[in-house]
Ligand binder design. Sequence first.
Ligand code: 5GP
Length: 202
Amino acid sequence: MDGRPLLIVISGPSGSGKGTLCRALRQVFPDLAYSVSVTTRPPRPGEVDGVDYIFLTPSEFEKRVQEGKLLEWAQVYENYYGTPREPVERWLEEGRDVLLELDVQGALQVKKLYPEALLIFIVPPSIEELGARIAKRGTDTKEVIKKRLSCAKEEIKAAAKYDYVVVNDHQEEALKKLVEIISMEKMRRQNEEGSGHATTQP
Ligand code: 5GP
């Protein structure tokens, strides 16, 4: 991809299908650098350390915060999540587009650091559908599902702060929209660059 690199941040309540959409996006744009987050959450069955997340103990996580090694971090439910700073800064310097999958708090922190970041919020077609999807995934207890649904309602309110909102009713349609948004933003930035528009990234 040419032009100024894009820092893409995708958020959405758990069960919105953002994980699957991010994986599909990475197949469409194989050069897109994907940041693996650190977390204190225990791995779910099938999750691989270093691939899905870098799993840390709370004190290891705290140490990375203290040492300034995280670009952003947030507490989500009972656990902590953060984005390692060094790879993201390096990829952007190299001119590579970067994809981050973050909760709302993290996304807004990134937008402050990089006002040009492209924030996309994925919403499920309805709260009922969201509940059904989380239950179907079978990885959460009833109590956790209840908590995730009430958090989802709060999170969806934050969608107004994002650059784009994509409804994930049918996955292929949602993916098509995401690809369109990203391609359009790439083009827009290339045009701005051509017309001498200044970059505001630090
Ligand atoms: P899960 O435990 O379901 O994998 O993720 C819970 C939430 O944490 C999701 O909304 C996910 O997008 C978010 N998350 C994952 N990694 C990070 C991160 O590095 N920083 C922040 N702020 N949120 C993250």
